[in-house]
Structure formats: structure tokens, C-alpha cells
Design a protein around this ligand. Structure first.
Ligand code: DGL
Length: 296
């Protein structure tokens, strides 16, 4: 059993791709809708909410948890891995979404910059974005503030210029069921702000650096010129998990006899109101999704 965590609906975009890529694997999803959006919260709060949710997934029996959330991965993952896991859950592991994304953009593995000859991993070669020079990143205010994408991309591929855009409204709108017209207007304004910071450069690639944003991918595409690559974070995360489980099969769990064929077959937990969350998730995905409250 592998746990997948996000603040809200966004991680379902990752879960969906994980189910498609690893159909035998059993996934359990937990969304902290009660505290979403995370992206406008202070770091210590994001850390604590993330830690509590990961702990719930561990208690349910997941030994591996994917933080399907850029904000939680950026703010909480390193500290959870280096301080908390060792003391409280030494046999368990937590992975995030930032590393596979940066590997795909730069074409360089996470550890390669410590070696003399850069090494390219299989999943990067299969899906690498073609040598982008200018990458636009749409993300939450907390992810943008952390500078994780500009800093880590520059370490591996200094030739790439990263232009970030903090999207202040969009996650809240997605969570609260705003109309497509309202969200289109927000995305137009965010895309316009990013464009005004390009200083004459032309974008080669766009990263939707928040797992909520692929839910309105078409609205972003409407604002993006033809020929610009849109980096698919769910695909990169799924391929990275395949690589990880090949190296660490002990975290794969027992195959589920083909039961998990899609997100509607996964167990979906929420810290929010299950009926309300199920209704909104169903609207976003166009199929019935049944969230339940966390056990006791
Ligand atoms: N979906 C999350 C992300 O990828 C967080 C959104 C939020 O709660 O602000 O950043």
C-alpha cells in the first residue's frame, strides 16, 4: 500500500497517473481539505499539517508516502526525511514531486551534479523537455517564495532561466468550485504577470508547479503560445516511482490483483467534509469519487 498525500484535490492528478502507470499497485489517498489551501500559509504550519497527514497514512499501514503536492514537498519534505522519519518511523519512506520534475526539466539526475560525468536516468531520457532555455513556473506563493525551482534548476543546468509566477487565487478557486470563467480570468491575469517579467525572452517550456493546476490545464493552454512545452508533472512523478520501486521493491507492497485501475477504485480519505469533497471532486473529474472520513 502506497500513500499519496495532498492538501486537496490537486494530488488526484498525480494519483490518476500513478494508477495508470502501476495498475497492480494499491494506493491510498489522503487530502487535507480541512486546511487547504496550503500555499498561502506560513512554513511551520505547512510542515505540521503535512507531518500529521503522513503520520495518519503510516498508521493506516502505508510504508511509503508520496507528497503529491509541490508546496508540502518544498516546505516539509527535507525536514521530514532528515529529522522526523529517523526518530519516529525509521523503516518508512517519504518521496516528493520536486526531484522528478527538476530531473525532467534539466535532463540531469538529482545526484549527478556530485559526479564528474552527468548521468541521465531512464525516465528522464524517455520524457526530457528539449533543452529549454527559458522555463515559466506557475506555483503557489509558498513554493515560489522557497525559490526551490530556480535554485535547484540553476545547480544542474545554469543555462536555463526560470521565471516564476505566484498564483495567489487559483488553488482556492479550484477547491471552492469557482466557475471556469472565474478561473480563466485568474489564469489570464497570472499568465500576463509572468509574461511581463520575461524581459523580451520567449518561453520554451511551462511547468504547472502545483498539482491542482493540471485540473485546469486547458485554461493554461489557452494562454500559452503554440510550440511551448507543457511539463507533465504527474507523468514524471509516476515514472520516478517506477524507477524507485525497481530499486526498492520492498516498498511496493503486495500486488492488488488488478483492483486499482483508476482513482475511483482507490480508497480516498479527507480531513474535510466527505460529502462536500466527493461532490466537488466528482465535478472536477467528471465521475463519481467517494471520499471518506479518516478512521477514528
Ligand atoms: N497542490 C499543492 C501544490 O502542488 C498545494 C496547493 C495548496 O494547497 O495551496 O502545491
Amino acid at each position: 500500500m502506497i500513500g499519496v498525500f495532498d492538501s486537496g484535490h490537486g494530488g488526484l492528478t498525480i494519483l490518476s497517473e500513478l494508477c495508470a502507470t502501476l495498475p497492480q499497485q494499491k494506493f491510498i489517498y489522503l487530502a487535507d481539505h480541512a486546511h487547504a489551501p496550503y500555499g498561502s500559509r506560513p512554513g511551520p504550519e505547512i510542515y505540521e499539517f503535512t507531518r500529521c497527514s503522513v503520520e495518519r497514512l503510516f498508521e493506516i499501514g502505508c510504508r511509503l508516502v508520496i507528497l503529491a503536492c509541490n508546496t508540502a514537498s518544498t516546505i516539509a519534505l527535507h525536514r521530514l526525511q532528515t529529522e522526523w522519519l529517523a526518530t519516529h518511523w525509521p523503516k518508512n519512506r517519504i518521496l516528493g514531486v520536486i526531484v522528478p520534475t527538476i530531473e525532467a526539466i534539466t535532463g540531469v539526475t538529482w545526484l549527478a551534479r556530485h559526479r564528474t560525468v552527468p548521468e541521465r536516468v531512464g525516465h528522464v531520457e524517455r520524457t526530457a523537455i528539449h533543452a529549454p532555455r527559458v522555463v515559466g513556473v506557475f506555483a503557489t506563493p509558498a513554493t515560489v517564495r522557497s525559490q526551490v525551482y530556480p535554485i535547484e534548476i540553476a545547480r544542474r543546468a545554469p543555462r536555463i532561466r526560470v521565471v516564476q509566477q505566484a498564483c495567489r487565487e487559483l488553488v482556492g478557486q479550484i477547491e471552492n468550485g469557482a466557475t471556469r470563467k472565474q478561473m480563466a480570468a485568474t489564469i489570464k491575469a497570472d499568465a500576463g504577470e509572468l509574461a511581463s517579467n520575461l524581459g523580451g525572452d520567449r518561453l520554451d517550456a511551462i511547468l504547472l508547479g502545483c498539482t491542482h493546476f493540471p485540473l485546469v490545464r486547458d485554461l493554461f493552454e489557452a494562454e500559452i503560445d503554440d510550440g511551448i512545452d507543457l511539463v507533465s508533472q504527474p507523468r514524471q512523478v509516476a515514472l520516478a516511482l517506477v524507477d524507485y520501486l525497481q530499486r526498492r521493491p520492498e516498498f511496493a507492497g503486495t500486488p492488488d490483483g488488478g483492483a486499482a485501475t483508476g482513482i475511483d477504485k482507490c480508497t480516498l480519505f479527507t480531513s474535510g467534509d466527505p460529502a462536500d469533497v466527493s461532490m466537488r471532486a466528482g465535478q472536477l473529474f467528471g465521475r463519481s469519487l467517494a471520499f471518506q472520513a479518516l478512521p477514528g
